[in-house]
Design a protein around this ligand. Structure first.
Ligand code: FAD
Length: 542
């Protein structure tokens, strides 16, 4: 049922208020550019208005800006970025060996071929790729660095967002700065940049060595010749162990329970061959298509025939390890893809633990002691360095507070529309990647959807678009995984519904076909521009 043209009550059904009166017929001709302050910063430091504000200059934000500029060259936009650098995740994480665990042909943008040698790439090369994309496409000057969005409030009367930010100097002192925009696009990732997930470990203060979290790797940490314990069994732990074992005296991965590990080739020979023979753009498209189909087929097989996939993963592990080791440390109790699957390129992790520089222990921690960690078995793992690879602290929308007509929006109470807008929240989209495929595949679909929606609004003269939840079906988590971090953070994130545009399909090929053709009017209400006095230039009201 389309709600376009319907008048909706000011209070949305799902807690969040929705735009006031939304009507059927456009009252004014289509608009494509800002009707307020022209793009550019007001000289007096007042409120700056832009057609679109993107928050976050990571993989998603830079990609969204590229799409927006291409599809809507007349629209003014800026990217507000809390940090002093481009790249988000790939600039923040600096632990030894940091790398992707999905292939770069799908993690890179469809519009800019991945030219790197390896399909599983280092964090540094991904950061360079994102930064080079922003520089080469001319997006970089639109980024307002050191600008943290504190809150955003929607006014239905003005049909615009007011976005309050804190701008930090190089020395860390902050000054407030306010923007307004017609459309807000949140590309803020999914976790807190300020802290990682840190469980309470009894006796931690007794430990005499260094204790580090991978999210904040100390530049001065030299682990050469040291005894290292890495707590955790996720992608970060699996990456850290072989990387640190190159120079450490010994690295022990201490896990509470086993995870699945896929030992796959680190180099994509098909990609190497194709790239030698075909023009870069065509090769990129072909390799991307191959990888999308392969990873989706593997995911579907894992969900439908878990026994077969468990056996295949076990067989891969048995190429490197004894059966007893696989049984004890690499045979999880959950099904493949209940949690994100970890990758060991060329079996690097398995190779490391077959040598004498690395090992795995599957036990619970009793407490920290002066010289290491005491296990529930009573044994002490001696350590000079303990790395707490215990994961991320999930955070929706970069921690900013959202209000709609004065009412606070609690992200955990909202329902996501097509996994990219929020029920009852006008002119706002967000970017969240797939859990079972490369992030960029979904974030690019989201950016394309936003551009399409803006085009539809232009054509019909609408200024407001708000998803109107009526019957969304049974709610469930947006990030559909049983991993600790996903379960811990589920309450803080929007939910998805159980029907129609309120669900997210963890299936890129299906969404690639459906989302660009989806009915923009389904469960969406549109509204006209506000009266003329509200679109007079601003810029002096700070
Ligand atoms: C260690 C690690 C490895 C990963 N490996 C993979 C992988 O192999 N494949 C994959 O698909 N995914 C992976 N991911 C997920 C990863 O986050 C995505 O690949 C992708 O980088 C997300 O991009 P993003 O731009 O959406 O978010 P981010 O990279 O998190 O960028 C968000 C940006 O928004 C900014 N921001 C946040 N809040 C605010 C605010 N209030 N005001 C202003 N700016 C703000 C941040 O400073 C940041 O620059 C990994 C994640 C981690 C942590």
């Amino acid at each position: 049922m389309s709600s376009e043209g319907k008048e909706v009550s000011p209070q949305g059904k799902f807690g969040a208020p929705i735009a006031g009166r939304l009507e059927a017929e456009p009252k004014e001709p289509a608009v494509t550019t800002s009707v307020t302050t022209p793009a550019g910063r007001p000289a007096d430091g007042g409120v700056e208005h832009l057609d679109v504000l993107i928050v976050g200059a990571g993989l998603s934000g830079v990609g969204a800006a590229w799409r927006l500029r291409r599809e809507h060259p007349g629209r003014s936009f800026a990217i507000l970025e809390a940090r002093a650098a481009i790249g988000g995740t790939w600039d923040l994480f600096r632990y030894p060996g940091v790398r992707s665990d999905s292939d770069m042909f799908t993690l890179s943008y469809p519009f800019r071929p991945w030219r790197g040698e390896h399909s599983i790439a280092t964090g540094e090369s991904i950061r360079d790729y994102i930064r080079d994309t922003a520089v080469e496409t001319g997006i970089e000057p639109s980024i307002r660095f050191r600008t943290r969005v504190v809150d955003a409030s929607w006014s239905s009367e003005d049909a615009r967002w007011t976005v309050r930010t804190e701008v930090a100097d190089a020395d860390g002192t902050t000054a407030p700065r306010t923007y307004t925009c017609a459309f807000l696009f949140l590309c803020t990732g999914y976790y807190s940049y300020d802290h990682g997930h840190q469980p309470e470990f009894g006796g931690r203060e007794d430990f005499a060595g260094r204790f580090v979290h991978p999210q904040f790797w100390p530049e001065d940490l030299d682990h050469a010749g040291k005894r290292v314990v890495v707590i955790g069994s996720g992608a970060t732990a699996v990456t850290l162990v072989p990387a640190m074992a190159r120079t450490a005296a010994h690295v022990t991965m201490l896990q509470r329970s086993p995870s699945y590990l896929a030992a796959l080739p680190g180099r994509d020979e098909f990609a190497d061959r194709i790239r030698r023979r075909l023009p870069a753009n065509l090769a990129h498209r072909l390799i991307r298509a191959k990888n999308v189909l392969f990873s989706q087929a593997f995911y579907q097989l894992a969900r439908r025939r878990p026994t077969q996939v468990k056996k295949a993963l076990r067989d891969l592990a048995l190429k490197f390890l004894e059966p007893a080791v696989v049984d004890e440390h690499f045979t999880p109790t959950y099904e493949p893809w209940d949690q994100r699957l970890c990758l060991a390129p060329d079996g690097d992790f398995y190779r490391a633990i077959t040598g004498d520089r690395a090992s795995v222990v599957t036990r619970r921690i009793d407490r920290f002691v002066e010289n290491g960690i005491r296990l529930d078995s009573g044994e002490v793992l001696e350590a000079d360095v303990v790395v707490s690879a215990t994961g991320l602290d999930l955070l929706a929308f970069g921690g900013m507070e959202l209000t709609v007509d004065g009412r606070r929006v609690d992200p955990g109470d909202t329902v996501a529309y097509r996994g990219l807008m929020l029920g009852g929240v006008p002119n706002l989209a967000f970017s969240i990647g797939y859990v079972n495929a490369s992030w960029t595949l979904r974030s690019d679909l989201a950016a394309r959807y936003v551009c399409r929606l803006l085009g539809h609004m232009d054509r019909h003269g609408w200024a407001v678009a708000v998803p109107t939840p009526e019957d969304v079906g049974t709610r469930r988590p947006l990030l559909d995984l049983t991993s600790g971090y996903a379960l811990r953070g589920a309450g803080r994130f929007p939910k998805q519904g159980g029907r129609g545009p309120w669900t997210v399909r963890s299936n890129y090929p299906a969404e690639l076909l459906s989302l660009p053709r989806a009915d923009l009017r389904q469960d969406m209400a549109f509204g006209p521009r506000p009266p003329a006095r509200l679109v007079e230039p601003v810029g002096v009201t700070a």
